[in-house]
Design a protein around this ligand. Structure first.
Ligand SMILES: [Fe+2]
Ligand SMILES: [Fe+2]
Length: 231
């Protein structure tokens, strides 16, 4: 498949990509990520991808805006994060195009858009703390998808996508944590923000609990881990 992927789900990232000289949202070769999955498992992937994809689109904007608030020496690391997020977006968009579209896609899109927009605050230090917590949440989510009896492990292409995102998000958590320190956010405020953000993220993910179950990933264990592990 070549050309553009489907239109953005929640947030258009074309301008940021152009501004930074990054490639457009064209199909990336993701292989055959649904092979060896049952119909129900493929549908579950199709239900989970929109939420994560919307988060990636949002992250592109958040980090792009965040760039200007940081001293020059911290910018290259954040620029690398923006690049990663655009690559995640492209990858997940290509994956989503291969998945069965969920019946409630409109509702999923609206819920995700509302959730990620609710994260937008004016104070850059608080914003970085929230994004750090979200990235940590996504990192743990990917880790759970890559454990135990998860259906994801049955497909090497799907495993590769989840592993790439997991590794990158772990790096992002470090970059954003550092940014909060540079901007002078007290450790206690960081922690409080992280706990609240992770709780809200789990409330948002609860709508997709059945999809995790369908992939043999326990949603309760996942949500507890997300809230417990504060970066
Ligand atoms: Fe990402
Ligand atoms: Fe990230």
């Amino acid at each position: 498949m070549s050309g553009e992927t489907s239109p953005p789900l929640c947030f258009e990232t074309g301008k940021v990509r152009q501004e930074l000289g990054l490639p457009g949202r064209v199909h990336s070769p993701v292989g055959t990520p649904l092979r060896r999955l049952t119909t129900q498992e493929a549908e579950a992937v199709g239900q989970l991808v929109p939420t994560i994809l919307c988060g990636e689109e949002s992250a592109v904007h958040v980090f792009y805006r965040g760039l200007a608030t940081l001293p020059a020496e911290d910018r290259p690391a954040v620029l690398k994060v923006v690049t990663d997020e655009t690559e995640h977006e492209t990858m997940l968009s290509s994956l989503f195009d291969l998945c069965p579209t969920p019946d409630d896609i409109k509702l999923r899109r609206a819920k995700s858009k509302r959730f990620f927009m609710s994260m937008a605050v004016r104070e850059p230090d608080i914003h970085f703390a929230q994004v750090s917590a979200l990235d940590s949440g996504v990192c743990i989510l990917m880790d759970e998808l890559l454990r135990g009896h998860s259906a994801v492990l049955r497909n090497p292409d799907l495993t590769r996508i989840a592993t790439r995102i997991k590794m990158d998000e772990a790096t992002h958590v470090g970059v954003t944590r550092r940014a909060t320190k540079t901007l002078g956010l007290p450790a206690k405020t960081y922690r409080d923000q992280a706990v609240a953000t992770k709780q809200a993220f789990c409330d948002h993910l609860a709508y997709s609990a059945d999809a995790f179950e369908a992939l043999s990933v326990c949603p309760d264990k996942l949500f507890k881990r997300i809230v417990r592990e504060i970066p």
